[in-house]
Structures are given as structure tokens and as C-alpha cells.
Design a protein around this ligand. Structure first.
Ligand code: NAD
Length: 359
């Protein structure tokens, strides 16, 4: 028997709501978690995964929903944090009915939660959900592929890190190592090339992506994946999977800055956040630097034009500088400083709404 206690976890991390659902027609089963809606409706994608146990699924959903609260708050958006996980084999369970069944559960939350794409769900699935609810973003013909925007946000984030660390953000003076040349890594490479980066190395494990880079940008040099962390470069940019900054990789790192698009890159936030800080490396907190995709769907939700998105993406630069200042003043690692920054905004807006003002 597992000793995981949902209510204890909810109380400890101040969750608002956990909704379990099972659809008898399609076999859809999953959970939606709403962490915090102080700033607005909870937004977070729907992840479909064949979890080993129900506890694993619920815990993943709880963690991801909480992460969304910080991400939205730090990005200055009027959104809360939420997430949905579906338990199932993505190669077997997906159908129109399956996602329409999910849409009905999303609708039942009456706008407290808005869903979007995530691992193993795509635009087509969102369109099915949309047949049953309006509380879904990332639809065909709307905000589009978030990856170029996410990469652009990371590009501004790299500039702000350069400014913070070296006092100069001129990309042409610096060298870069990019882990992963998939969606975001590829676009980030292009932004860096446009500003004449001194040298870019990349690592990849997908032969198609290696070939694409070699064909399109032969000046970008391929490096074996296990050599990437030890490269003598100015900026290391993780754009692949989570957990890559850990006790094995951190001691190898020669870069003075770590800034990329990947989520949950610190294997253990405090242990590895502190380890990076002690080594004098500036780490751009993942959920702040990679918020471009979320900012993009937020403006889709608000029916705002693309120019607004692009203007807001640029603010990632300033937000990170503010976070670095908190990190220095409070002598804490930058991931923690980013949480302080996000929590402060939530608390301030909450307090602001203490008095009754009719509108
Ligand atoms: P992607 O799958 O398109 O690209 C990741 C690439 O990394 C793949 O090509 C994969 O082959 C490669 N890779 C995997 N392991 C590797 C390794 N050990 N060494 C080198 N390469 C490796 O994914 P993406 O959309 O570019 O997302 C990358 C990261 O950014 C993820 O962590 C994702 O959660 C995060 N992120 C993406 C977005 C977005 O808009 N796409 C938004 C926010 C965060």
C-alpha cells in the first residue's frame, strides 16, 4: 500500500482542488489539479502518459500544476496554475470521443481551469476538446506553434544573463553550447546566428535533427552528447530534457551561464540550484526563461494580436534581471529567487483585492 496522502500534500502546498474523472464510454481516466487561482483561471496542459501507478499520476499532476502557478505569476500573467494528466497508452487510447469526453470534464469546471497541449497531446486533440468546451487554448489557426516564441524568450533571457554576468549582451562576443536541436533548440540557434554568435556547438540524439542542422547551418558544430557539458563556452543552453543539471553534470560545466528552454532542468532544485550558485555560474530559472509558450497562449485567450505577445516576450529580459537582484540581495540560488519573485506577485495582488471595489 502506498503511503502518499493527497490531502496532506494539498494542505502542505496549498492546493485548491483535485478532480478525478472516469468516462465509462471511452475509458478516459485522469485527474485535473487546480493549484492556485489568485491571479486568474488555472491554465495548464493535458499530459497523456502510461503511469506506473495512480499515485505517480496524481503526484505528477500536483507538481506540474504548482509549477504552472509560479510560471504564470512570474510571467506577469493573470492566470493561475493547473494541469491535467490522463492515464493511458498514447498509442492506444486516443480518439475523438476520448478527447470530447475530456472536454466535458473541463467544461464542468466552468472556467476555473483552461487546458492546452502537453506531452502526447496535440492541436488536433485540442480541437476535439473544443467541441465540448471553450476552456481550451492552442487551437488550430490560433496562436500556432509555441516553439519559436519560447526560443525567442530564451534568446532575450540569454541576453539578460550576459548583461548580468559580463555587463555586455553583444551575442557576437560569446560562444554557446546547445543541448537538443529539436523545436526550441533549433529556433534558438537561428536567433543566435542572426546576431552573429562567435561559435555555436550543439548536441543531439535524433539523427534527423543532426542532419537538419548540418544541412542548414554547417557552421554550427556537432558535439557528442556526453562531451557537451564539459565544453569551454560562455553559455550552456539546455533545450532537451529535464533533470540534466545534476551532481554528475554540474562539476563538468565550464560555462559561466546556463540558460535554455528546457523544463525542470535541475534534478533537485535546492541541491543543484545551490551547487550551481557555489560554482559561480549564473543560472536563468527555467520557468521564467521558457515562459514564451505560455505568454503566447495567454494572448490567444485574451484575443490580443501577435505584437502584444512579442512585446511581452521581451520583458523576460527585465524579469530575469529583477530575479538576479533578489538572488544577490537574499543570497539564495536563482531558482529560489524566481519563486520568491512569483510568490510576491501573487501575495501582493491578493492583498490588493482585500477591499471591495465595484466594477
Ligand atoms: P523537442 O522534442 O522538439 O526537442 C528536444 C530535442 O532534444 C530532441 O530533438 C531530442 O532528440 C533532443 N535530445 C534528447 N535528449 C538529448 C540528449 N541527451 N542530448 C542531446 N539532445 C537530446 O522539444 P522542444 O519542444 O524543443 O522542448 C525542449 C524542452 O523545452 C523541453 O524540456 C520542453 O518541456 C521545454 N519547453 C518547450 C516549449 C515549447 O514551446 N516547445 C515551451 C516551454 C518549455
Amino acid at each position: 500500500m502506498s503511503d502518499f496522502k493527497v490531502f496532506d500534500y494539498m494542505a502542505k502546498h496549498e492546493f485548491e482542488q483535485v478532480v478525478y474523472f472516469y468516462d465509462r464510454t471511452t475509458g478516459l481516466k485522469g485527474v485535473t489539479v487546480i493549484h492556485n487561482t489568485t491571479l486568474g483561471p488555472a491554465l495548464g496542459g493535458t499530459r497523456l502518459w502510461n503511469y506506473e501507478s495512480e499515485d505517480d499520476a496524481v503526484l505528477d499532476c500536483l507538481r506540474l500544476a504548482r509549477g504552472m502557478t509560479y510560471k504564470a505569476a512570474a510571467a506577469g500573467l493573470n492566470l493561475g496554475g493547473g494541469k491535467t494528466v490522463l492515464i493511458g497508452d498514447a498509442t492506444k487510447v486516443k480518439s475523438e470521443a476520448y478527447f470530447r469526453a475530456l472536454g466535458r470534464y473541463v467544461q464542468s469546471l466552468n472556467g476555473r481551469y483552461i487546458t492546452a497541449e502537453d506531452v502526447n497531446t496535440n492541436t488536433k486533440d485540442m480541437n476535439y476538446i473544443h467541441m465540448e468546451t471553450d476552456y481550451v487554448v492552442g487551437l488550430e489557426g490560433k496562436s500556432g506553434n509555441p516553439s519559436p516564441i519560447t526560443a525567442l524568450g530564451a534568446f532575450y533571457g540569454i541576453k539578460s544573463a550576459l548583461k548580468q554576468k559580463f555587463g555586455c549582451e553583444d551575442i557576437s562576443k560569446y560562444t554557446f553550447a546547445i543541448q537538443g536541436a529539436g523545436q526550441t533548440g533549433y529556433y534558438l540557434t537561428e536567433y543566435l546566428l542572426e546576431e552573429n554568435a562567435k561559435k555555436i556547438y550543439f548536441s543531439e540524439i535524433n539523427p534527423k535533427h543532426i542532419e537538419r542542422m548540418k544541412q542548414e547551418h554547417p557552421e554550427v558544430e556537432f558535439v557528442d552528447p556526453d562531451k557537451l557539458f564539459g565544453l569551454d563556452v560562455d553559455v550552456l543552453s539546455p533545450c532537451a530534457l529535464g533533470g540534466v543539471l545534476n551532481s554528475d553534470t554540474i562539476p563538468q560545466i565550464k560555462a559561466k551561464i546556463i540558460a535554455g528552454t528546457a523544463n525542470n532542468v535541475l534534478l533537485d532544485e535546492d541541491t543543484h540550484g545551490n551547487m550551481i550558485k557555489e560554482r559561480g555560474i549564473l543560472y536563468a530559472p527555467d520557468f521564467v526563461i521558457n515562459a514564451g509558450g505560455l505568454i503566447n497562449v495567454y494572448y490567444e485567450l485574451m484575443n490580443q494580436p501577435k505584437e502584444k505577445v512579442l512585446a511581452d516576450i521581451k520583458l523576460i529580459y527585465d524579469r530575469l534581471l529583477e530575479i538576479y537582484q533578489i538572488s544577490e540581495q537574499e543570497n539564495i540560488h536563482t531558482q529560489l529567487a524566481a519563486k520568491v519573485f512569483a510568490k510576491k506577485r501573487i501575495q501582493t495582488i491578493k492583498n490588493l483585492h482585500d477591499n471591495y471595489i465595484p466594477r
